[in-house]
Design a binder for this molecule. Structure first.
Ligand SMILES: Cc1cc2nc3c(=O)[nH]c(=O)nc-3n(C[C@H](O)[C@H](O)[C@H](O)COP(=O)(O)OP(=O)(O)OC[C@H]3O[C@@H](n4cnc5c(N)ncnc54)[C@H](O)[C@@H]3O)c2cc1C
Ligand code: FES
Length: 252
């Protein structure tokens, strides 16, 4: 965990209400895919608490990383307007996704704004010969993001929309279920809303599955318990014990 001033290098609107920002600092620490940053969203209007956002891409050589986020309230609205300058942030927090040496085939399952951090997993492990089969779900075509990015680096990219306006109609977990015996993943990594995790758990697959949980956060560093989530071994802190957990452990 490192407190840094992050320089805003680029701000792009991906679709209405969804922003991508490139951030730079010469002293970025080691990063594990799935970790997040806790970003200052200004200190006006009582917005003292920082906002947790996952890392989408990480370029260690050029000391730049990218985040993709949806405008939900005042904090993310403030961040979406940034065109330059420096803002304080704590990088890189939590326990991310890590793959054992014997893992060769990975299914990624992303829902909505949960998709971005899964890209950083491909970035990290593709060079090791790991194959990625990516399944992304959105409510409709107008909400679909990052398809070109994932398409370029995945062995297979499948998309589902709730209304059928793009890709297959229905839930992305059902698309995964249909493919599972073809792609034969060693592990499944997922990030998205809780109903998606519930659907994934309901598939009762005998494949190790890890999910990145979201929770409202206070401190972001394990000190306040605001982010508690229920697990089979009691409450755990999403920020410090997660955000990545074994799906078997979390009570959804
Ligand atoms: C580990 C982690 C990683 C995240 N990564 C991303 C990301 O990559 N991209 C992205 O778009 N968002 C991400 N989020 C969610 C993001 O942090 C919230 O949307 C943001 O903090 C909202 O701040 P705000 O001031 O704009 O809205 P607020 O005014 O604080 O809240 C507005 C509404 O947004 C919802 N909301 C706020 N915080 C959360 C939350 N943590 N989880 C679910 N709903 C929330 C609530 O419905 C709330 O009523 C992540 C959250 C966590 C915990
Ligand atoms: S946000 Fe304070 S312990 Fe997680």
């Amino acid at each position: 965990m490192k407190e840094l001033f992050l320089n805003v290098r680029e701000n792009t609107t991906l679709i209405k209400g969804v922003t991508k920002i490139k951030l730079y600092n010469a002293n970025l620490p080691e990063f594990t895919p799935g970790q997040f940053i806790n970003l200052s969203a200004g200190s006006f209007d009582g917005l003292l608490l920082r906002r947790p956002i996952s890392v989408f891409k990480y370029d260690a050589e050029n000391k730049i990383f990218e985040i993709v986020f949806e405008v939900k309230g005042k904090g993310t609205a403030f961040l979406s307007r940034l065109k330059g300058g420096d803002l304080p942030g704590t990088v890189f927090l939590g326990n991310g996704f890590s793959l054992d040496q014997n893992v060769k085939r990975v299914a990624l399952v992303g829902g909505g704004l949960g998709c971005p951090p899964l890209y950083s997993v491909i970035e990290r492990y593709k060079g090791r010969g790991v194959k990625f089969y990516t399944y992304l779900g959105f409510s409709s075509q107008s909400k679909a993001i990052l398809l070109d990015d994932f398409g370029k680096v995945s062995e297979r990219l499948k998309v589902a929309t709730d209304d059928g306006s793009y890709g297959e109609k229905g839930y992305i977990t059902d698309v995964l279920k249909k493919d599972i015996d073809i792609i034969k993943p060693d592990v499944i990594l997922a990030c998205g809303p809780t109903p998606m995790f519930k659907a994934l758990k309901a598939l009762k697959l005998s494949i190790p599955t890890y999910i990145s949980m979201e929770a409202r956060m206070g401190c972001g560093i394990g000190a306040c318990s605001v982010c508690a989530c229920a697990t089979i071994s009691g409450n755990k802190r999403v920020c410090a014990d997660g955000p990545v957990f074994n799906i078997k452990e979390v009570i959804l």
